[in-house]
Design a protein around this ligand. Structure first.
Ligand code: GLN
Length: 235
């Protein structure tokens, strides 16, 4: 049935890619089987504001940029850090979340207390991430095990197959808080990072629409509402 008073205009589709194994940013809600999280709700709100119909697709993190470059997807929202290297091949929206990396070890580990003590240790990381890059600076490559998803890297740590994981702080904190008390974070949070929404270089209009919508949502309180829901505090 048609709603009266509303125009029946077909919306432009926005195909958005994410690696939906990155709670609390994008993951499958076990209760409903649907994608949920801060990024998911933010992109839903952005699409609503900008007049897009959202088509959300999950894929491995290390394939997201290639999917953008080959125009399989129009945008990425996936806890993706804005980096100089990535900026050479894709464009980013204004930052929407301040993040950083942290070292995680088993609760019973009293050897590794910070990032400097990772030298020669076995580390699990998620492929293609800033965490992987930092691990490569901290120890030799043959000591690093690469996984498609962050869950798998954490499982490797829980199983004791590696000594540490280098991963985004909010995701590690959420993982521990969800009942994984056999894991702890040590040392400082490394290097301030900011997440942005990535779009192909040539899609300047898409980027503009996303930025405008993001700005509106920050101003009208909707962004703050979603932020508070997922992080329990004001942005
Ligand atoms: N923020 C990290 C990066 O951009 C990890 C993102 C992720 O694993 N989804 O590399």
């Amino acid at each position: 049935a048609k709603e009266t008073g509303k125009q029946d205009v077909a919306k432009t589709k926005l195909v958005v890619g994410a690696d939906a194994t990155f709670a609390p940013f994008e993951f499958t809600d076990p209760a409903t089987g649907k994608y949920t999280g801060f990024d998911v709700e933010l992109i839903q709100a952005i699409c609503e504001e900008a007049g897009y119909e959202l088509d959300f697709r999950s894929m491995g993190f290390d394939g997201l940029i290639a999917a953008l470059q080959t125009n399989q997807i129009d945008a990425v929202i996936s806890g993706m850090t804005i980096t100089e290297d990535r900026k050479k091949i894709v464009n980013f929206s204004e930052p929407y979340y301040k993040s950083g990396l942290v070292v995680a070890v088993q609760e019973k580990n009293n050897q590794i207390k910070n990032f400097d003590e990772l030298q020669g240790k076995k580390i699990a990381v998620q492929s293609g991430t800033t965490g992987a890059l930092h691990a490569e600076k901290a120890t030799s490559k043959d000591k690093i095990t690469y996984f498609t998803s962050s869950d798998q890297a954490m499982l490797e740590l829980k199983n004791g197959a590696v000594d540490a994981v280098v991963m985004d702080y909010p995701v590690t904190a959420y993982f521990i808080q969800q009942g994984n008390k056999d894991v702890k974070m040590v040392g400082e949070i490394l290097s301030a990072e900011e997440y942005g929404i990535a779009v192909p270089k040539e899609k300047t209009e898409t980027l503009e629409k996303i930025n405008t919508a993001l700005k509106t949502l920050k101003e009208n309180g909707k962004y703050g509402e979603i932020y508070k829901k997922w992080f329990g505090e004001e942005p």
